[in-house]
Ligand binder design. Sequence first.
Ligand SMILES: Cc1cc2nc3c(=O)[nH]c(=O)nc-3n(C[C@H](O)[C@H](O)[C@H](O)COP(=O)(O)OP(=O)(O)OC[C@H]3O[C@@H](n4cnc5c(N)ncnc54)[C@H](O)[C@@H]3O)c2cc1C
Length: 404
Amino acid sequence: MGATRRLVIIGAGPVGVVAALDAARRGYEVTLVEAADEVDRNPRAATFHPSTLEMVARLGFFDAFVAAGLVARYFDFWDKPTMTRTARFDHQVLADDTPHPFVVQCEQHKLVEMGLQRMAGEDTFDVHLGTVVTAIDQRADGVTVSAEGPDGPVVFRGDFVLGCDGGRSTVRKAIDVEFEGFTWPERFIVLTSLQDMQAALDCSFRNYIADPDEWANLFKVAGEGGQPRWRAVFPTGVDQEDDDALSDAECARRLGALVPDAGLDALIHRKTYNVHQRVAASFREGRVFLAGDAAHVNNPIGGLGLNCGIHDAIELLDTLDELGPGPLDDHLLDRYERRRRSLIIEFVQKQTIANKKRLEASTDEERRAKRDELLATTEDPERHREFLLRSSLLASVRASKQIA
Ligand SMILES: Cc1cc2nc3c(=O)[nH]c(=O)nc-3n(C[C@H](O)[C@H](O)[C@H](O)COP(=O)(O)OP(=O)(O)OC[C@H]3O[C@@H](n4cnc5c(N)ncnc54)[C@H](O)[C@@H]3O)c2cc1C
């Protein structure tokens, strides 16, 4: 790589933190700039697929990361009107494809906290929390990032900038890139409960529950202090106000449809959020790159958003590793966009929209066809493996290396 290069990473969410740690491992000096003073602990992503585990395993705290989460070998599809299990997928089918034939259910804030701890006190990392990036200016030989820090304006300089600053990305706006796509008319509601849903349902740690009126997802996460919790996700009505969607009566009704004795006593968190399917029109402008939610957002059914954001970061670092000294090799750097943008559209946007539609199948005939299809897939070893290669994004990582 020649002289040490400095990468300025904007946003210390999970994608920015993984990018920072992996960049340092490859010999970069890293500036990490984060607007918030502390890590966001709201319930968000918690599913780390095998393809992503292979990347996290290189960062140096994999055992602690796995121990902070739950190992989920299986996931289930259910039919809500009858509350019967339709099919069970088993990651062990991928034993010859990956060293990690399982999912780790670990809240994303734990990865961020572990990553920031690892950076603390290391000279390679220049970390600025409570510092909001406001503008970016690039020239032939580098990029200048302007920000507002706790003590006033600050300026950072680097060879490259990686915008990992989330769905409302300032970096994306600074390089004037459209966020193409749409927002679903309904919002999603997440209810977090301490009730042991597995005892009630004999389900796995990850469950996709189909229903023509109101589908659901149900996941177990490790929680805090050795007290696991379950997250249930549902759609709101299109015209339903938040006050109504989050009311005791509505929460009890939604949970009760899954587990008849589900009460509100164990409910510890309730929240709605808007859901989008959007991809940035471009992932690169000169020396500035977009990754993670700054580059693409999708509905969370299938748990793909965070995973493919981490894949972006690693693909970009692989690309920069190939860059020689001298003028920028635009053909090589554009390969980042050629690979990531097309795969995001094929493997993530299409897949998450299909995942949502699968759970919404409206007629009995359609529901039966989807159930039969899932069951037949699990019963055929090769189709079972193909399904998991796609759902775990291993197929997407393999496909990326075929794009020149
Ligand atoms: C309820 C919910 C459930 C989800 N479940 C899953 C799941 O199961 N699996 C999955 O893969 N994905 C899931 N997702 C999506 C996942 O949470 C996101 O894809 C993930 O957080 C993206 O990480 P990121 O680092 O790109 O962005 P973020 O986590 O949004 O981090 C961006 C960071 O940038 C900082 N920032 C923003 N602007 C600036 C600025 N101007 N200057 C400096 N810093 C800035 C922010 O403070 C933030 O810390 C879920 C999302 C939600 C909302």
